[in-house]
Design a protein around this ligand. Sequence first.
Ligand code: CP
Ligand code: NVA
Length: 304
Amino acid sequence: MKKDLISIQDLEAKVIADIIDLTDEIKSNKAKYADALKGRSIGLIFQKPSNRTRVSFEIGMVQLGGHAIYLGPNEIAMGKRESTKDVAAVLSRYLDGIVARTYKHEDVKELAKYAVVPVINGLSDRAHPCQALGDIFTIKEKFGGFKGITLSYIGDGNNVLSSLMCASAKVGLDMKVATPKGYEPSKELIAIAKGFAKVSGSKLDFSNDPKWTAKGANIIYTDVWVSMGQEKETKAREKAFKNFQVNDSLMKLANKKCLVMHCLPAHRGQEITDSVIDSKNSIIYDQAENRMHVQKAILLMLLK
Ligand code: CP
Ligand code: NVA
């Protein structure tokens, strides 16, 4: 049966561990995998803009000997020019896999339902699994493991946090989260992630206090206050998030060697200051690079 990557919740902890191991192997043996997906093709259906996801999937596929075709919002207009079902069925006749970046999470699920080939979620309004897997790999690379490490996320309870907290809970990484009131992840997802944390033995704590969350952190992670598709909420969000900026005074509360992560794109001067994002402890570009290595592992596991 074909396998998809829609949400972190669908992955067993063992599969996440296997992806991390394969990523490590691919990253250090690039030449060995140069023909691994020779003659294979993927399509990238993107309803929203992208730098990292699009480029890292395209180049990752090329580095595996395969080919990628970008299908932007005006190309196939999934759900407008023709139904998602027809898009899925037709593209399955040409391609070996599909990466989709959609507004609605339900759309990527529908695409996966009707596609005969694997579908990878390249970000929806509810999840960003490739980001979370890249981030978990990056954290393992920096710390050598997860035990006793605290990842503190300060910001919006959005797609990036949703996937990251599930991934952290699955691998046994402790996480503290601060969101403004009303911007928490859904209660259902928190319960699911806490269930994973119970199994792995990790801690997962939520608050509305960025200072409490920053205290003792080994890593501070943030993301934009206004995600793609939420532009109309900009004013209200800027007001709600004004005390959630990751700046020098917040960083002082963290562990001395605390690393800084951001999935990017960043709104510098808003959710994070230049002084923090450009500091020597910032690992944002390693994170961005690792997206490509982890996605090569995902492609190999799903398409081989
Ligand atoms: N982090 C991330 O997914 O970046 P893009 O939106 O540029 O793909
Ligand atoms: N939360 C952001 C992440 C971008 C990679 C968004 O959805 O716009």
